[in-house]
Design a protein around this ligand. Structure first.
Ligand SMILES: Cc1cc2nc3c(=O)[nH]c(=O)nc-3n(C[C@H](O)[C@H](O)[C@H](O)COP(=O)(O)OP(=O)(O)OC[C@H]3O[C@@H](n4cnc5c(N)ncnc54)[C@H](O)[C@@H]3O)c2cc1C
Length: 488
């Protein structure tokens, strides 16, 4: 049997890679982690989830201050935002979390950490910093980077992506955002709330294009009411730097051309896999522009080489990367064949209101030709939501023809947190009657989950057949009040 330097080598110290490292090292495998940056943690910690959610909270606090009157408080004149201070807060949150993702921590678990950019030289070996290192199994978890579209003039015009946006030296007075996915939408609202005049440009007629139209349009309306300017159904013709401004020429469906000017351009138009320099083509690992091809066990076209996380181009979320990392550990270390199943993978866009989902939405069900029924409850019927000043949003529960839930979407305050109950209900196959019967504390937003389950059950409980049966057995006399019985 060939002798390798390591049992498993992992390329990339982000959510996917660190999950594998932690699992493999703790299980006693001789484990190597290779990271190209100076610090571990990947995009989520440094340029993604953590800084974006930190910024969103800051923007929300500022927005609440500006709207003090809505809460019965005196109107306040708030001074402009000093982005350097906002940036400091972001950096301090990152630094706190970074300790959990430190080289020392992974070393204490038993893994060797090397910094650098490896290149495969054969299907078991890489070159790194002048050394040749071999491993029985490899895991490619190198993540993704912002995709820069081939728009005329963009490469000559200074622009920012998620890599730069959290470390700006001052708040831009104006910003044009190219794209309207989750990252673009979250940043549009956050910067608009902080005081930037924000334009969002989107080729199609809907933001958050994977979401159901009614839910996405409700987010558009909230953001538009706060001041974000949306340009939907437009094509970007070209971009130029005119010195004082960055200019973006757009054309609408009627072929009318207009020019938008702003201090900054944020490019948020999708992601590309980080594959440069790995020499995957030379060792027969198949990939395309979206990512590395993997089977359900996260194996690439070379079965001892796995890939997980954003680099596969599938579900580009931190929790998906962590889940896939766990699948790799089962297959590569335990040798227990385990397949990834994304049926009940949840997701959330952290706008205010948040938009969260699990399973199928109406769009996905229609695409797959699945028949469904929708049950809805709104936040304007939820006492806690009203107490907190929110009337926007709803929950949608989709049931298939067997009356089993196939998906839930929530648009509303803390939708991401509210979805957790559905994660358990759907992945644990909990009956809707269990959810409807469970006592929820009052007044909580979570009561909306119970109510939507009740909305499905109540026509069955209060049906004419049940009423007739009770009348017959217990001699019930019927309504005591109603249009016919009311005394004028
Ligand atoms: C602005 C923004 C907000 C986001 N918000 C959320 C959110 O709220 N919730 C959520 O679930 N997801 C969110 N995401 C997505 C999330 O960040 C990613 O899905 C997640 O980071 C993917 O983890 P990963 O391990 O695959 O890749 P990464 O975390 O990117 O890790 C890859 C690592 O590999 C390293 N690397 C790259 N190439 C090489 C190489 N050749 N050699 C060695 N090392 C290499 C990189 O430096 C990096 O450390 C957000 C993303 C962005 C950009």
């Amino acid at each position: 049997m060939a002798a390798y330097d390591y049992d498993i080598g992992i390329i990339g110290g982000g959510a996917a890679g660190l999950t594998v490292v932690s699992g493999a090292a703790q299980l006693g495998a001789r484990t190597l982690l290779i990271e190209k940056e100076k610090e571990l943690g990947g995009d989520c910690l440094h340029f993604g989830c953590v800084p974006s959610k930190t910024l969103i909270l800051t923007a929300r606090a500022y927005h609440t201050m500006k709207n003090a009157q809505a809460f019965g408080l005196p109107a306040v004149e708030v001074p402009p935002v000093d982005f350097v201070k906002v940036k400091k807060r972001i950096q301090s949150v990152i630094a706190t979390i970074q300790k959990h993702d430190s080289e020392e921590r992974f070393c204490s678990l038993g893994a060797k950490v090397e910094l650098g950019e490896p290149a495969f030289v054969d299907e078991h070996s890489i070159h790194l910093n002048g050394q040749r290192i071999s491993a029985k199994n490899w895991v490619i978890a190198s993540g993704s980077s912002p995709q820069i579209p081939p728009i005329e003039g963009l490469n000559k015009t200074p622009h920012i992506t998620n890599k730069e946006i959290f470390s700006l030296d001052r708040l831009p007075a104006s910003m044009i955002i190219l794209g309207a996915g989750p990252i673009a939408t979250e940043m549009a609202q956050a910067f608009s709330r902080l005081g930037t005049k924000v334009h969002v440009i989107q080729r199609s007629g809907q933001i958050l294009s994977k979401e159901d139209r009614d839910m996405a349009d409700a987010v558009t309306q909230v953001l538009a009411a706060e001041g974000v300017i949306f340009h939907l159904n437009v094509a970007v013709l070209d971009v130029k730097d005119s010195g004082r401004w960055k200019e973006v020429r757009i054309q609408n469906k009627d072929e009318e051309v207009s020019t938008l000017k702003a201090e900054q351009i944020l490019v948020a138009m999708g992601r590309s896999p980080n594959l440069e320099g790995l020499h995957l083509e030379e060792i027969g690992v198949a990939f395309d522009r979206k990512g590395i091809q993997v089977d359900a066990r996260m194996r690439t076209t070379r079965k001892h080489i796995y890939a997980a996380g954003d680099v596969t181009g599938k579900f580009q979320f931190t929790h998906a990367a962590g889940y896939e990392g766990g699948i790799v550990v089962s297959n590569a270390i335990f040798h227990l064949p385990r397949k990834a199943d994304y049926t009940f993978l949840p997701w959330c866009t952290y706008t205010d209101p948040e938009l969260a989902g699990i399973g199928m939405n109406e769009k996905a069900a229609k695409d797959e030709g699945i028949e469904y029924t929708v049950f809805t409850e709104t936040f304007q019927d939820n006492d806690r939501s009203l107490a907190e000043g929110n009337r926007t949003g709803k929950i949608k529960m989709l049931l298939d023809t067997n009356e089993k839930p196939i998906g839930v979407q929530i648009l509303g305050p803390h939708a991401g947190e509210l979805l957790s109950e559905w994660v358990v209900v759907m992945s644990g196959k909990v009956k809707l009657s269990t959810l409807a019967d469970a006592v929820h504390p009052y007044p909580t937003l979570g009561e909306i989950n119970k109510r939507v389950a009740g909305a499905y059950l109540s026509p069955k409980i209060f049906s004419d057949t049940v009423k007739k049966g009770l009348k017959f057995f217990f001699h019930l006399k019927g309504r005591a009040c109603g249009p016919q019985t009311r005394h004028e």
